[in-house]
Design a protein around this ligand. Structure first.
Ligand code: 5AD
Length: 462
């Protein structure tokens, strides 16, 4: 009765939360399984950022609820953002649900499951849906456990929770609450433990990572708390690569740009959400920067680190987006030549300011704009990968590729690379000579010797 399957929707933060819940459950004597059909307990860790993500989880819940009717011992729970966003309503709509846990209560899941099991054995009160959605002081410090018996070559580390920005489209401030930072010491301890277990790469996670600790930790020598944290992580033995996601263009200051120049472990890759290339749209979105300021950050980063890789989030079809606004986003794509991007069709999130704005954009236009950006992205991604053919790149081997006998890993610039390797090399940094590049992957062979310094790829006109 204690086999648990956790299904995760949405962002890396959700993946990290699921992993921590899994680790806590294991310690409590539960076992984690890879398929829902093998599980006595299914927990869905949900996302609310777009309607599609919520619908997927609701569909899944309906499907799993049927199993409850023939198998009354089966336990079904919803955790995370959708639980937080639509909690009570879900409890009413889905009476088969055993558990609803919000984003500040992940650490309470083991207790709740224990209680539900007791109830089922007839030891506790009558079965009801346990709903636990309250805010909890200090909950940002509860996500710190990793699956200790599994070596994580690359690990996510949550450094803060919540978001104080008020982007007109976004539900996250409602689902994740106000910004709360973890102390630097606690984060460093967690990463040291990971390094002891063989982790080589960490990705620091937060809704707006570069505003980390801005209320709790003073600026020192012109350095923001986030840059102070990066410097501490740089000094951790065994960690070879540092990444983070996601920063906000606001507050992306000179100290962070210099950190890219000065910290050898900070990989030359940044995911910098633009949302739109039109200053007019950014204003409507309540994003406090202009197109020019965004491009200034991109330029400063390229000046500090010529071989920088860029990724972004874009929303197409935000209310009021006209053809000329969209053309500015197309132009931004051409100017920055993104290596990667997530393009989202605007999705109405009830309770956010944009939900009731006039001039909602028809679905067909959103679709067209989405496709246009994706085509541009494919081109720029291919140009980048082809430019790497013939160079030698440092690859961190992460595991076996899905198909064939190849292993998969990443360059420092976050390009996926497939290479013939051996099990023994998982978790190692190896020099790989690239012999082929497609839009989605690089292919190469491990070589003896060092890696190349690559000539900077200048943004090209696509
Ligand atoms: N519709 C579409 N995309 C959205 N995002 C956030 N809210 C919405 C919405 N209502 C996107 C933003 C954000 C990413 C995580 O999700 O681009 O950066």
């Amino acid at each position: 009765m204690n086999r648990v399957y956790i299904k995760t929707y949405g962002c890396q933060m959700n993946e990290r939360d699921s992993e921590a819940v899994g680790a806590m459950l294991r310690r409590r004597g539960y076992s984690l399984v890879d398929h829902e059909s093998d599980a006595d307990v299914v927990l869905l860790n949900t996302c609310s950022v777009r309607d599609q993500a919520e619908q997927k989880a609701i569909g899944k819940t309906g499907y799993l609820a049927k199993r409850k009717r023939t198998d009354p011992g089966f336990i079904l729970g919803i955790m995370g953002c959708m639980a937080q966003n639509r909690g009570e309503e879900l409890a009413d709509r889905l009476p088969d649900l055993d558990l609803l846990v919000g984003t500040q209560k992940f650490h309470a899941v083991p207790d709740h499951l224990d209680n539900i099991l007791e109830t089922q054995k007839g030891l506790g009160p009558q079965p009801i849906t346990i709903v636990d959605l309250d805010a909890e002081e200090g909950s940002q410090n509860t996500i710190r456990e990793h699956l200790a018996d599994k070596r994580q070559v690359s690990a996510f580390v949550s450094i803060m929770q919540g978001c104080n920005m008020n982007c007109a489209f976004c539900i996250v401030p409602k689902t994740r609450g106000q910004e709360r930072a973890r102390p630097i010491g606690a984060i460093v301890n967690e990463i040291e433990e990971l390094a002891d277990g063989g982790t080589k790469e960490v990705t620091l996670l937060g809704q707006i990572v570069n505003s980390y600790g801005r209320r709790e930790i003073p600026i020192r020598e012109g350095k923001s708390p986030f840059v102070q944290l990066l410097e501490r992580v740089q000094d951790i033995k065994g960690i070879e690569r540092i990444r983070f996601t996601s920063p906000h263009p606001r507050g992306f200051r000179q100290d962070l740009i210099e950190a890219y120049r000065d910290l050898s472990k900070l990989c030359e890759y940044v995911h910098l959400p633009a949302q739109s290339g039109s200053t007019r749209m950014l204003k409507l979105m309540n994003r406090p920067y202009s197109r020019e300021r965004y491009l200034e950050i991109v330029d400063s980063l390229r000046n500090a680190v010529p071989d920088m890789y860029f990724s972004t989030d874009i929303i197409v079809g935000f209310p009021g987006e006209k053809e000329r606004d969209f053309e500015e986003t197309v132009d931004l794509f051409r100017t920055v030549a993104y290596d990667m991007a997530f393009v989202f069709k605007y999705s109405i999130r009830s309770g956010t300011p944009a939900a009731t704005m006039e001039d909602q954009v028809p679905q067909r236009l959103k679709e067209e704009r989405n496709q246009r950006l994706l085509r541009l992205l494919e081109k720029s991604s291919l140009v980048r990968n082809e430019s790497l053919v013939g160079t030698t790149q440092e690859i961190l081997i992460e595991g076996k590729a899905k198909r064939g006998n190849l292993y998969r890993g990443k360059t420092r610039g976050f390009r996926t690379c497939l290479v013939p390797a051996t099990e023994r090399l998982i978790g190692e940094l190896v020099p790989v000579c690239i012999h082929r590049g497609t839009a989605s992957a690089l292919y190469g062979d491990i070589v003896l010797g060092g890696v190349d310094t690559v000539e900077p790829l200048l943004p090209q006109t696509l």
